[in-house]
Design a binder for this molecule. Structure first.
Ligand code: FES
Length: 613
């Protein structure tokens, strides 16, 4: 059999090297070295985010996708799509900063209230008699007897994994230990000074945010976030599900990636708090339906295509060990129930933490992301209504020529006065691209200043609108001023992407109102959650029609409510029950079943005529 040729790929400026077989893509090579390149389309050659510069080595000429997505001027300087280069020689490749996922600003906090704990796990101090020739009871029996005598606890159970650690821990602590127990089950045995901790996690499509919590006091001991490592297999849920359907190892790979990310976050949090993993006895994980399926290794073929059916939407408790999570020996992981379609446990958590389910106002709760979930609360009604819209990743910088996530150098605020562009970048460094809030501002400013008409077409009569390789475009930062050495522009195609996203969200909100017979004037409050939602300029969002005109509504930006909801469910038995109620009381409406949806969507893509926001 002929041996397959291998070639070495060197990635600059990091100096990482990897050998890959002939025919592998440069994107695959980057993944092998642990370099996360932006790749919203999952390597399909359609998002244009995995751009690299080919410095040396032979490669086939740019294909039609590359010709379409990379301006000729950049191609002349060696810009290529990493997913389109098939390796047939040793290559040296430069990775531009804007192509790398690292360094994303993550919304890890919420500005909502906290709740008093109603713990599921309790700590009991146990003092045991040391064994002797006259008293040879087994260590576990000795512990149970002490707990019965001192704390009136009977019929306790312990898994074999917990017993594996028992004998040394009792002896090291001289027969005085802290025992963490949930519903008669011994979860962990620690020294008397150690407290019971829990981990609350929001597994978002783009980021994973975890909080370490004291289970008795509810105290937040630290929060950390990292980009979702599945991002290099597709930015939106459908790309990732399709990857799993197409690749036999995909299910295991996706599950492994997220489990590894959870363990990394836990390590970081334990280090920050000076705590030990045997103290972490409970976790609560939330995420949309796809994220939970990928974590648990549920089948996804039926979820990837209409009518998007979950394998299960029930709450589930599994041993942490089963998920490969390095928590305490007997720790459990709780995953709250989801609602329907892609509206998952994260939306349940968001509704819970924002008190949408018990609000006395007519309220819309909206969590803007690659998939946007919206719920409507009508006071007095026993039912919440929810929809989900495929808003796409444009507000996260994907499918935008110079788009990037909210990382250092991203343009985040834009104003245009008298043809002068005023902008702010994250960390006030030279601009390398533009993130969601900056894109929204730019489109609103372009419309407000007449550069775009109601149909979102550039008005080429303005001298500031020039013709680029992809048609009309507006220059935000020239190459000599930017941090990437390239012009940063907003193209007509970028505007079209934003219009599609905002149209989907506005239409979703309108259909939800219509389906429930709710007038726009009746809406009193709009609660906006999520990272992009926290940084967006509400006035501009209304101006371009991201939200329909709701003349009496107050807007509240609440930050990462899903992460806070996960924390509530972790520390409180009553919050856990309320999450179950929310899932039961929420009626999921599938937008595409509404005959008016497509017309509404088309109308929602127009910019509003005039707004008094
Ligand atoms: S174009 Fe290469 S990953 Fe999307």
């Amino acid at each position: 059999m002929k041996a397959q040729k291998e070639f070495e790929i060197q990635f600059q400026p990091l100096g990482k090297r990897v050998s890959v077989p002939e025919g592998a893509s440069v994107l695959e090579a980057a993944r092998q070295t642990g370099l996360d390149l932006n790749s919203a389309c999952g390597g399909e050659g359609s998002c244009g985010q995995c751009q690299v510069v080919l410095l040396s080595g032979a490669a086939a000429p740019a294909n039609s996708d590359e010709e379409f997505l990379i301006p000729q001027s950049d191609r002349q300087h060696g810009y290529r799509l990493a997913c389109c280069i098939r390796v047939q020689d040793n290559l040296t490749v430069h990775l531009p900063k804007e192509s790398l996922i690292t360094g994303q600003r993550l919304q890890v906090e919420s500005n909502l209230k906290t709740i008093p704990p109603d713990p599921l796990v309790h700590a009991y101090l146990a003092e045991l008699d040391a064994p002797s020739l006259e008293d040879v009871r087994a260590d576990l029996n000795r512990l149970k007897d002490a707990l019965e005598r001192q704390s009136q606890l009977r019929d306790l159970q312990a898994r074999a994994r917990v017993i594996q650690d028992l004998s040394p821990v009792l002896r090291e602590n001289k027969w005085k230990v802290n025992v963490f127990i949930k519903d008669r089950e011994i979860l962990s045995i620690c020294s008397p000074s150690q407290r019971a901790l829990g981990l609350a996690v929001d597994i978002g499509t783009t980021k994973v945010v975890a909080t370490l919590v004291d289970l008795q006091s509810g105290e937040n001991l630290g929060t950390a976030g990292i980009p979702n490592p599945q991002l290099s297999y597709g930015e939106d849920v459908i790309s990732r599900l399709s990857y799993v359907v197409r690749n036999i190892q995909g299910r295991q790979l996706m599950s492994g990636l997220i489990r590894q990310a959870l363990n990394e976050l836990l390590d970081e949090l334990l280090h920050q708090a000076g705590a030990k993993r045997e103290q972490v006895v409970e976790a609560c994980l939330v995420g949309n339906t796809a994220m939970i399926h990928l974590l648990l290794g549920y089948p996804v073929r039926q979820l990837a295509t209409a009518p998007y059916v979950a394998a299960s939407s029930d709450a589930i408790d599994v041993p942490a060990e089963w998920l490969g999570l390095a928590l305490a020996a007997g720790a459990n992981v709780h995953i709250p129930p989801s609602i329907g379609g892609f509206v998952g446990a994260d939306h349940v958590a968001m509704v819970l933490a924002s008190d949408l389910d018990i609000s006395d106002k007519v309220s819309l709760g909206i969590d803007i992301g690659t998939n946007t979930e919206i719920s409507l609360r009508l006071p007095g009604s026993k039912v919440l209504h929810a929809v989900s819209c495929a808003s796409g990743p444009a507000f996260e910088g994907a499918h935008i020529r110079d788009g990037m996530r909210a990382a250092s150098g991203a343009i985040e605020k834009v104003r245009i006065y008298d043809n002068t562009v005023l902008l702010t970048t994250i960390n006030q460094v030279p601009a390398v691209g533009i993130c969601g809030s900056g894109i929204l501002d730019t489109v609103a400013e372009l419309y407000r200043n007449g550069y775009l008409n109601r149909n979102s077409r550039f008005q080429t009569t303005y001298s500031a609108v020039r013709v680029g390789e992809q048609g009309p475009e507006f220059l935000l930062v020239s190459a000599d001023q930017s941090g990437s050495g390239r012009d940063i522009v907003i193209t007509q195609k970028d505007v079209n992407e934003i219009v599609l996203a905002k149209g989907a969200i506005q239409a979703g909100m309108q259909i939800l109102l219509e389906a429930t017979g709710t007038r726009a004037e009746a809406v009193q409050e709009v609660i906006i959650a999520g990272a992009f939602g926290s940084f967006l300029n509400i006035h501009n969002a209304i101006e371009i029609g991201l939200f329909p005109l709701l003349p009496n509504a107050q807007y509240r930006q609440v930050g990462n409510a899903a992460a806070l909801g996960a924390m509530w469910i972790l520390i409180s038995r009553s919050a856990r029950e309320r999450a179950r109620q929310i899932s039961r009381m929420t009626r999921y409406l599938e937008l595409t079943t509404f005959p008016k949806f497509h017309r509404q969507f088309a109308l929602a893509m127009l910019f509003p005529e005039s707004v008094d926001a």
